[in-house]
Ligand binder design. Structure first.
Ligand code: FES
Length: 373
């Protein structure tokens, strides 16, 4: 008997080739998507159809979606995030959110939670709780991200600002639920602008009582100010010997990162997660640049030293370009640049001066730019 070894890559590429030649896409399921959606609304070939179990209010401007991911979902590590994709008025819109519950909870209940702050004037976050009820359908990506606390090999300092508490809630729940004995000290410094704005306050206090070596400090910035050297010495004076995790608004992360580095903390000890693309600082850019939106005939100026994305500038000019994730992943915001130089904050590269396609949400003008928009 002959042993025939079949190369799975060969089968897959032949299948893609066949699909491309018949359907003009690399997958047959994508071709049949509109037909399947008649029977299964919101079905997407490349995403995991999942059900909303509950929509729970956490505070005036925050709610949690409790979701049962579809069977193909592979689980996650505490601290990771997912892409949530929903259909709104015929358009697919995606946003990225940290998972705020623990992997252990998912294993036991089949559920995950994502906790979302309502963005004033936002397109999606105020709309989601009205649009989704128990039994509603959303699409999920697999979990992604490296902002994870897998082992507690060293003492840890967590610094959270506002809704940046969500990945830490997942990590701390995981530590408590897994029955892991915490031998290393874990300190959470949690900043919010007033007492009512601390999320999961009671839950965090309970976790602190249940978990030896865990200390939680609620720091009201209205009374005590922002993260500072004095706070470090007050709440965690051995910080330089710890792994440090930071999550919160971008200015807070940049400020905390600089302050820690000035205190001699090594770069590899500092882990952080921006909600969105990392803000751009264009050193040496002291020139104002203008952006001309050709089709709409509008023109705006980016002030010197101001690193606003082309998407932000377009929206300030009352234009409504197509967008999805707003962090450079989905490619829905691609636009033709006719001329000018832009800096891509995701790839950390500068464009050429000529005509090319760029992503509006992660591109910042560094010279006068003309866009087809
Ligand atoms: S909106 Fe997703 S890449 Fe720009």
């Amino acid at each position: 008997m002959n042993n025939v070894t079949t190369n799975p890559n060969l089968i897959q590429s032949s299948w893609s080739w066949l699909a491309r030649n018949i359907t003009n896409t690399t997958s047959f399921s994508a071709y049949f998507e509109p037909i399947i959606q008649v029977f299964l609304p919101q079905w997407r070939a490349d995403r995991i159809r999942s059900y909303v179990n509950d929509v729970r209010r956490e505070s005036d401007d925050m709610y949690s979606l409790v979701i049962k991911p579809g069977k193909q979902w592979k689980g996650f590590r505490a601290g990771q995030y997912i892409e949530l994709i929903v259909e709104k008025e015929g358009a697919w819109i995606s946003r990225f959110f940290s998972i705020s519950s623990s992997p252990e909870y998912f294993e036991q209940s089949g559920l995950i939670e994502i906790s979302i702050r309502i963005q004033e004037n936002g397109e999606i976050t105020p709309w989601l709780p009205q649009a989704l009820k128990a039994g509603g359908v959303v699409n999920l990506s697999q979990a992604e991200g490296e902002f994870c606390l897998d082992q507690l090999a060293k003492p840890v300092l967590m610094i959270a600002g506002g809704s940046g508490i969500t990945p830490f809630r997942s990590m701390l729940q995981q530590i408590a639920r897994s029955g892991q004995t915490v031998t290393q000290p874990v300190t959470l410094m949690y900043y919010a602008r007033s007492t009512e704005h601390f999320l999961f306050r009671d839950e965090l206090k309970t976790l602190e009582q249940q978990t030896p070596n865990l200390t939680v400090h609620f720091i009201d910035t209205h009374d005590l100010g922002f993260f500072s050297d004095a706070h470090l010495l007050t709440y965690c004076d051995d910080f330089s010997a710890r792994d440090i995790y930071i999550c919160g608004p971008s200015p807070m992360i940049l400020h905390a990162r600089n302050l820690l580095q000035n205190q001699g903390v090594k770069q590899e000890q500092i882990h952080y997660e921006f909600f969105g693309p990392e803000p751009v600082s264009l050193e040496g850019s002291d020139q104002a640049s203008s952006v001309l939106f050709q089709q709409s005939g509008k023109q705006v100026s980016a002030e010197k030293g101001e690193a606003k994305t082309l998407l932000a500038l377009a929206e300030e000019a009352d234009l409504k370009p197509v967008t999805g994730c707003r962090i450079g992943v989905c490619h829905q915001c691609i636009c033709q640049k006719k001329s000018g130089v832009v800096y891509n904050s995701k790839t950390k590269t500068y464009s050429d001066t000529g005509q090319e396609e760029i992503q509006l949400c992660v591109s910042v003008p560094v010279a006068d730019v003309v866009l087809a928009l």
